[in-house]
Design a protein around this ligand. Structure first.
Ligand code: FPP
Length: 245
């Protein structure tokens, strides 16, 4: 029996975020180059997206490249950028067939021109799709996002577009890269690491965290459904007591 059969379809997270980790270690275990781990991880992206779509998850955010990842060896950075450009270009048709809209969060201006162009084309080509939104976090870090938000809020205060008394949680949300996107109810991290690693620090305030030892290239639909089942067996209290829920 698949974990999918046990899922309660009336309690599906609207938004799931994933830290795809363990590509390098997976490749090393096989005596392969780290880049082989990244390219093998593309199939896991397809699996997670298909699984999300099958059970009605509306937003899937994947941490594909962090601000810190720019400090990796240049060869690996170049290979990851090439892989992204290739994958995005190859997948546009399939994204459209499956009614997937593509979005990005991150400091896109830092990405190579070819990557920006491929992303822009894919975003444009999928903008009317309404089944699932796939958000790639690219050149993203939460501290970058929050610093940026503070900078823009201060500029708008200085320009008298808003006043300091307007600043509340709702306004801060509207200055984040995720403006308009609900907070993830569930964060999944693969590979046995138990950290947030500068990912969606504001948005994960009340998210359930799920860690699995599976390396990302081994991650399959069944692993995704197991994470949802685990989520459904938790009680989300948001600071209240059980009896108040
Ligand atoms: C972390 O593993 C993974 C990444 C930094 C890159 C993830 C990218 C992909 C799966 C490629 C395709 C993605 C899309 C969206 C097309 P790691 O290298 O940190 O692994 P390690 O911790 O074992 O070294």
């Amino acid at each position: 029996m698949s974990a999918k059969d046990e899922i309660n379809l009336s309690n599906i997270p609207e938004h799931i975020a994933i830290i795809m980790d363990g590509n390098g270690r997976w490749a090393k275990e096989k005596g392969e180059h780290r880049i082989f781990g990244h390219s093998s991880g593309v199939e896991s992206v397809r699996e997670a997206l298909t699984a999300a779509s099958e059970i009605g998850v509306k937003y899937l955010t994947l941490y594909a490249f962090s601000t810190e990842n720019w400090s990796r060896p240049q060869e690996e950075v170049n290979a990851l950028m090439d892989l992204l450009v290739q994958t995005i270009a190859n997948e546009i048709e399939s994204l459209n067939e499956n009614r997937v809209q593509l979005g990005i969060i991150g400091d896109v201006s830092n990405l190579p021109e070819s990557c920006q162009k491929a992303l822009h084309e894919a975003i444009e080509a999928t903008k009317h799709n309404d089944r699932v939104t796939l958000i790639l976090a690219l050149s993203y870090s939460a501290r970058w996002e929050l610093t940026n938000a503070v900078k823009k809020i201060s500029q708008d205060v200085a320009n008298k577009l808003i006043s300091p008394s307007d600043v509340d949680e709702k306004l801060v949300c509207s200055y984040l890269a995720t403006d308009g996107i609900p907070d993830p109810e569930l964060l999944i991290r693969t590979s046995g690491e138990r950290r947030i690693s500068n990912f969606l620090l504001w948005q994960l305030a009340y998210s359930e965290l799920y860690f699995t030892d599976v390396f990302w290239p081994d991650f399959r639909k069944e692993n995704f459904f197991e994470a949802i089942l685990n989520y459904q067996n938790r009680e989300r209290r948001f600071g209240l007591v059980s009896e108040q829920l």
